[in-house]
Design a protein around this ligand. Structure first.
Ligand code: ZN
Length: 251
């Protein structure tokens, strides 16, 4: 039974991941997520079930379109596999159904935002609104934290990022501010604060490393969502342990 649920979590993750690619690519461009059906962006051939099996199609097709042999972006299978493993990991780490669902929701939001940010450098309001409603319903049904912590998390996520946006004069976009507010509602105040600092930490380390190694140029705009993904997931999965470890060091 256990191994079935493990397998199911992974399969659900890669299937939804494939859908998250579509959402992240189409919604910011103002396209419908249903019409037209999936097609090769180079030759326009409509994709069949054989092209659409998450991760496996990419591997079997060698990362190329069956008709025109143009390359398929590596981002798609990465998002699919990433969502699969993170769904699986959420299940393995969770101590309750609520916690698992909370992990799945957070991963879902982050994966869609990752696609959109890498493709368009954009965090679309429409998707944020959808998740704001979804997270609100979740927090009403499941009391993972006290209700005021959801509001405090949202306010803190907003205020912290708005402050940084003001100080950095546009180094942080309005989309990042709203994204942290929405995530704060789901994970609460403590984890959203930690998630923010970890995101900034990963951003600084990789940013400085990139400048030194020369794959990022000075003043080149860099998408920030990849660091938010790293920071928030670290905070969500390991936050309580990290905070306990830190408190042990200082006191
Ligand atoms: Zn093609």
């Amino acid at each position: 039974m256990y191994s079935y649920i493990v397998l199911y979590s992974f399969l659900l993750g890669i299937t939804l991941g494939s859908f998250y690619n579509v959402i992240g690519l189409r919604v910011p461009a103002g396209q419908s997520i249903i019409m037209p059906p999936s097609h090769c962006p180079s030759c326009g051939r409509r994709l069949t079930i054989l092209d659409l099996i998450p991760v496996f199609s990419y591997i079997f097709l060698g990362g190329k379109c069956r008709t025109c042999h143009s390359k398929i972006s590596l981002l798609y299978p990465i998002i699919e596999a990433g969502t699969g493993f993170l769904f699986l990991f959420s299940f393995l780490r969770a101590t309750s159904i609520e916690e698992m669902l909370c992990g799945w929701l957070l991963v879902s939001l982050l994966m869609i935002m990752l696609v959109s940010d890498l493709e368009y450098m954009l965090i679309p309001d429409k998707i944020l609104m959808f998740f704001l409603i979804l997270f609100t319903i979740f927090r009403i049904i499941y009391h993972t934290n006290p209700w005021w912590d959801a509001l405090a998390g949202m306010a803190t996520g907003f205020a912290l990022l708005a402050l940084i946006a003001l100080i950095s004069h546009g180094g942080m976009g309005g989309g990042d501010v709203k994204l942290f507010a929405v995530m704060g509602l789901l994970v609460g105040m403590k984890l959203v604060i930690l998630g923010f600092f970890l995101s900034a930490f990963f951003g600084a380390i990789i940013g400085i490393g990139g400048l030194i190694l020369g794959f990022i140029k000075h003043r080149q705009p860099v998408p920030f969502v990849p660091f938010i993904v790293l920071g928030m997931l670290t905070s969500f999965f390991f936050g309580d342990r990290l905070i306990a470890f830190y408190l042990n060091l200082t006191f």
